[in-house]
Design a protein around this ligand. Structure first.
Ligand SMILES: Cc1cc2nc3c(=O)[nH]c(=O)nc-3n(C[C@H](O)[C@H](O)[C@H](O)COP(=O)(O)OP(=O)(O)OC[C@H]3O[C@@H](n4cnc5c(N)ncnc54)[C@H](O)[C@@H]3O)c2cc1C
Length: 399
């Protein structure tokens, strides 16, 4: 019977980030995924500058650049206000990061993540292997039960997404509606008027949600709508999507001759980081969507999956080195909370009512659109190239 240093369930961005970080420190990792790669993942496919910086450090951007056609840079952010004001900001790289922002097809992104992980001899990767449960001995987990048998590890990291069986088993899964979002997306061909900006539409009929058009190629786009789950009782997401593509003045003009690519209309939940619960127990750590880490304002999840995966690896490495595996939980909670809990999640949750208020969004957008440097700063913040607190600079009338 082999006991790995760490068993990781799920090989998306969170799982691969954790696996690579541990392998680089010399630990033996078993990385499992129920899908056969390459596989699809329902996503808007927006990769911010902050995510791209983490992917660069993992070696994934290099691999993606060798496969042209899978990534496309975006250099601007266009936002449509409820009253139709058009705010067109350019990403001027005014922030700390010098990375670019991209739209990257998830099939390719996740395949490259897995390819990078496979290059490490310390990582054993098994796809087509579904994890169903934890093997427990008292408070401590010994490993996981899977379709390919039982596997043992000193630390277990669950990165198996929003329906994580491990988070479920430990009763740590986010099932609280006010801390969840839902989104629906499809790919369209024949879209007109696409540039090199991502487009976010806060049309009045969509509030308290929003729609997006993320260009991929001159006439192809990933198009979708996002809504906080607590509003899905009053709102049907499918109807909201249809209204967006047919009634939104901005979107419908671009979609006049477009066709939806068959089989691409899909919806999927987004577990938000504002969920107040713990993300770990003993020697089991939850990262990415399994641990509910998505930005509650923008819906950005790839960055927080990569980052929480690396924090899980850091916590695991510390306890593995000191032979005190059940302390992993305390170390992990400290690491992720210090970085995101207040700055991103608590503030983001407090900001949500403003983003759902047509008067506030309209007033803010009009004021910001009046000066190009304000619009550019907002674009930099949306592209995660600047901290959100920089938005206060916009309020300075002399800026
Ligand atoms: C419609 C939509 C649009 C979005 N748009 C964006 C965007 O534009 N930008 C952005 O940054 N974020 C976006 N997000 C969020 C982002 O997709 C997620 O936050 C991110 O994919 C989380 O990564 P992860 O590694 O935690 O999980 P996932 O990417 O979901 O990977 C989980 C992995 O676990 C595997 N798995 C599942 N169950 C098991 C099991 N039982 N056993 C073994 N393996 C299992 C799956 O096969 C999968 O490979 C969007 C989400 C949605 C739904």
């Amino acid at each position: 019977m082999t006991t790995y240093d760490t068993v990781i369930s799920g090989a998306g961005p969170a799982g691969c980030s954790a696996a690579i970080a541990l392998a680089r420190k010399g630990y033996r990792v078993l990385l499992l995924d129920k899908a056969r790669f390459p596989r699809e993942k329902v996503c808007g496919e927006g990769v911010t500058a902050a995510s791209a910086a983490l992917l660069e450090a993992l070696g994934v951007m290099e691999l993606l650049r060798q496969r042209p056609g899978n990534l496309r840079e975006f250099n601007g952010v266009t936002i449509v206000s409820p009253g139709g004001t058009l705010l067109q900001g350019r990403i001027v790289q005014g922030g700390a990061l010098k990375e670019r922002s991209y739209i990257i097809q998830r099939r390719a992104l996740d395949e490259c993540l897995v390819s990078c992980a496979r290059e490490y001899p310390a990582i054993t990767f098994l796809d087509n292997t579904s994890v169903s449960d934890l093997l427990m001995e008292g408070d401590r987990s010994l490993g996981v039960r899977t379709t390919a048998g039982d596997f043992y590890g000193r630390v277990i990291i669950a990165t198996d997404g929003v329906y994580s069986p491990i988070a479920s088993r430990l009763k740590l899964l986010n099932q609280v509606k006010i801390h969840q979002g839902f989104a629906m997306r499809a790919f369209f061909s024949g879209v007109e008027g696409l540039g090199d900006s991502i487009e976010l539409c806060y049309d009045k009929p969509l509030l308290p949600g929003y729609g997006w058009l993320f260009p991929f190629g001159s006439k192809r786009a990933n198009i979708g709508v996002f809504l906080l789950t607590r509003f899905t009782d009053q709102r049907n997401l499918r109807r909201m999507f249809e209204r967006f593509i047919t009634e939104s003045v901005h979107a419908s003009a671009k979609l006049r001759r477009a066709v939806m690519e068959p089989g691409t209309l899909k919806s999927w939940p987004l577990p938000l980081g504002s969920f107040p619960g713990k993300r770990s127990q003993g020697n089991v750590l939850l990262a990415g969507d399994a641990g509910s880490f998505i930005d509650p304002v923008t819906g950005e999840g790839i960055y927080y999956a990569l980052k929480s995966g690396s924090y899980a690896a850091e916590a695991a490495a510390r306890v593995l080195g000191e032979n005190c595996e059940t302390d992993a939980s305390g170390r992990y909670e400290q690491l992720w909370r210090e970085d995101f809990a207040y700055r991103v999640y608590a503030i983001g949750y407090g900001f949500q009512p403003f983003m759902n208020n047509a008067w506030f969004v309209e007033t803010f957008m009009r004021y910001t659109a009046r000066k190009q440097n304000r619009a550019n700063l907002l674009a930099d913040v949306v592209a995660h190239n600047r901290p959100r607190r920089d938005l206060f600079r916009i309020l300075n009338p002399f800026f």
